[in-house]
Design a protein around this ligand. Structure first.
Ligand code: NAD
Length: 432
């Protein structure tokens, strides 16, 4: 057996630190250690060539004290149960930090979806729901998209669930296409949530956007969303990367043009648009590692887990890191960065919570059958993000702890209040 902690144990370790500052009964922490339900399924899929393949999938419901469980479904070759458990725990904490009435869950299927045809992908998505139909539900457990799953897949899944239960059930899953009950504003919600965190910091630090430089690792859905909004406000987005490499330009990029080029060609090209004329501009090519170590004001890891490790943490020069990806900083790297008073990390459970917040709005709309304008979604998202950002920030100042510890402390206080109201040993032994 390996001596190394599993990713789930690492995730629990973050709670141990926060527990020192939280006003909770220790039963809360005890509960966090044990996901309430774990389902493992085997999904038989008939492939296009007539052969049969069996895919393994998981769904973990971590905690439902504050409400039905909520969390994405990942299709990835490296999915494993410990990772799904860790992601479900993060969801419990994320929903609590945002004060959304949900617990946490996560799911995953071990598959490389890029190797499947569209029909095979549809059969797999429907097959997963068939195996999980008794485990999920609009009042019980509500999935959403995650890595390599998208709104079309959510649409198939909602449709399959509705067929099984024999009634239209849009509230069983979020991140659906708008035509199938999705919410306005969901597609860009994660980037927008991170943007509001940065705007709150802008007020505190007196940043002038034109003088503030930003590097973004991962130019996908979430990375592009935050880049576009910051660029619009005049921030200098000097570097962006994808899995193929990074580009750098000291003056900053015209973000809509790079987005256009990337989304048309799937390649990261540096183009500069003025009016309708797009010209290629000189951009320095960097490696993905070099981007992370740039001397910029704000670094936004928006790709995958474990981008900043004990090996490169000491080389990070940005003063502010906004974790748009889930878990981009390892526990060891966090300890190194935590000792540096000049670095502020806005933690993932706050910085990328715009996605789950608008997922919650989608579920509310599905349940009451009343659909909101995009402006209303944006307004409520801004209100929620700014309010919870300030609460975490105040907690950080009050206890003089890293912002991550503050976010977990706030989450634990809220989960702890729910646990306490069901009665703990203090109540049952007559001490309160
Ligand atoms: P995505 O697939 O749209 O984009 C990911 C991007 O990262 C791609 O451009 C890919 O090329 C790039 N990438 C992968 N490896 C890289 C590397 N080593 N260096 C640089 N770039 C690399 O995914 P997404 O939806 O934008 O999600 C990104 C992260 O944000 C994930 O950690 C996800 O869990 C997290 N997140 C996303 C949402 C959401 O609503 N999209 C919500 C919460 C958290």
């Amino acid at each position: 057996m390996s001596e190394e902690n599993t990713i789930f144990q690492d995730a629990l370790g973050r709670l141990d630190e926060a527990q020192k500052y939280a006003t909770i009964d220790e039963e809360t922490l005890q509960r966090m250690q044990y996901p309430i339900q774990i389902l493992q399924v085997s999904i038989p899929v008939r492939m296009d060539d007539g052969s049969l393949r069996i895919f393994k999938g998981y769904r973990v419901r971590h905690d439902d004290t504050r409400g039905p469980t909520k969390g994405g479904i990942r299709f990835h070759p490296q999915v494993d149960l410990e990772e799904v458990k860790a992601l479900s725990l993060w969801m419990t904490c994320k929903c609590a930090v945002m004060d959304i009435p949900y617990g946490g869950a996560k799911g995953g299927v071990i598959v490389n979806p890029k190797e499947l045809s569209p029909l095979e992908l549809e059969r797999l998505s429907r097959g997963f729901i068939e195996k999980m139909a008794d485990f999920i539900g609009p009042d019980r457990d509500i999935p959403a998209p995650d890595v390599y799953t998208n709104e079309r897949i959510m649409g198939w899944m909602m449709n399959e669930y509705s067929n099984i239960v024999r009634r239209h059930s849009p509230g069983v899953i979020t991140g659906k296409p708008i035509a199938l009950g999705g919410s306005q504003g969901r597609a860009t919600a994660t980037g927008r949530g991170a943007y509001h965190c940065i705007k709150q910091l802008e007020k505190k630090r007196g940043w002038k956007p034109a003088n503030t430089t930003v590097a973004i690792q991962g130019f996908g859905n979430a990375g592009q969303g935050v880049a576009e909004l910051l660029h619009h406000d005049g921030y200098r987005i000097v570097a962006v990367s994808d899995s193929q490499g990074a580009i750098y330009r000291e003056e900053g990029f015209d973000v809509p043009s790079i987005m256009h080029a990337k989304n048309e060609s799937r390649e990261l090209k540096a183009v500069y648009c003025e009016g309708s004329v797009c010209e290629s501009v000189d951009a320095q090519k960097l490696s993905n590692e070099e981007l992370l170590e740039l001397d910029v004001d704000i670094l936004i890891p928006a790709a995958m887990e474990n981008a900043i490790t004990k090996d490169n943490a000491k080389n990070i020069k940005a003063n502010v890191i906004v974790e748009v990806a889930n878990g981009p900083i390892t526990v060891e790297a966090d300890a190194i960065l935590g000792k540096r008073k000049d670095v502020l990390v806005v933690p993932d459970i706050l910085a990328n919570a715009g996605g789950v917040t608008v997922s919650y709005f989608e579920w509310v709309q599905n349940r009451c059958g009343d659909y909101w304008e995009e402006e209303h979604v944006f307004h409520r998202l801004e209100q929620t993000m700014c309010k919870q950002f300030e609460k975490v920030y105040d907690m950080m100042k009050e206890h003089e702890v890293p912002m991550r510890t503050a976010a977990y402390t706030l989450a634990l206080n809220r989960i702890g209040a729910a646990v306490a109201s069901t009665g703990t040993v203090r109540y049952f032994s007559g001490q309160e």
